[in-house]
Design a protein around this ligand. Structure first.
Ligand code: ADE
Length: 232
């Protein structure tokens, strides 16, 4: 999979060279390229923002650098010439879930455009739709200073679903949200720690009993912590 990220703070994404996603890049499973939006500016100050038409607080990201960035990245996406999916993180977008991650993990080429300030000139989204599928996606119902942290989270959630990135695919199945429920609790040695015991069923060797206990724990946790995930 090819992922391009455009940001005025490319070093935010240094963390994505660590751990599993870093290994996936070395192994050639994930081609992640982070670009500085200012590379598509030509004035002395490398300007990416300007005052909003109509007035109001803050600055708006100018369309020209974004247009050039998208032209270049959409074109060079993949050899088959497939259109990319272009994601703009935004608190005004659809909420990112595990289902979104699963859907985007099937794409050949993703382009993430990180907005800052009061946002990006609206015409950029219309133009982007001529180059590929455009998605405005929110990390959740709160406001960040810009799209970078949201894109970090999305790239990690999507990247780990690419086949070969997580060594043991079984571990993907048993996680929170994969089956619509929260994950069951986990324990390791020692069996007794600071007067706290591991639930005896886990030491029983009875695989059927362990599976039903875990399922019950998943349901109970979901009922108490996230009732919104359960059917009515
Ligand atoms: N940019 C600012 N806040 C955001 C959020 N909650 N999700 C995605 N992008 C954002």
């Amino acid at each position: 999979m090819r992922i391009d990220v455009v940001s005025i703070f490319p070093s935010y994404f240094d963390g994505l060279t660590l751990s599993l996603l870093g290994k996936a890049q070395s192994a050639g499973i994930l081609d992640l390229r982070v670009r500085d939006l200012r590379d598509w500016t030509f004035d002395r100050h490398r300007t990416v923002d300007d005052t909003p038409y109509g007035g109001g607080a803050g600055m708006v990201m100018k369309p020209e650098p974004w247009g050039l960035a998208l032209d270049e990245l959409a074109e060079t996406g993949d050899s088959a010439g497939a259109r990319p999916t272009i994601v703009f993180p935004s608190p005004a977008g659809e909420v990112f879930t595990q289902a979104t991650a699963r859907e985007l993990a099937t794409r050949e080429h993703l382009v993430f455009g990180c907005g800052r300030y009061e946002g990006i000139d609206e015409r950029v989204f219309e133009y982007a739709a001529t180059l590929g599928e455009v998605r405005l996606i929110s990390l959740g119902d709160y406001v960040l200073n810009g799209g970078e942290v949201a894109v970090m989270a999305m790239v990690e959630a999507i990247g780990r679903l690419i086949p070969g990135v997580v060594g043991n695919p079984e571990s993907l199945i048993e996680e929170s949200h994969e089956d619509g429920l929260l994950e069951y609790p986990s324990y390791t040695k020692p069996a007794l720690w600071r007067e706290r015991e591991v639930p005896p069923v886990l030491l029983s060797g009875n695989h059927g009993a362990i599976a039903s206990w875990r399922r019950e724990q998943q349901l109970e946790r979901t009922r108490t912590r996230r009732p919104d995930l359960l059917p009515e």
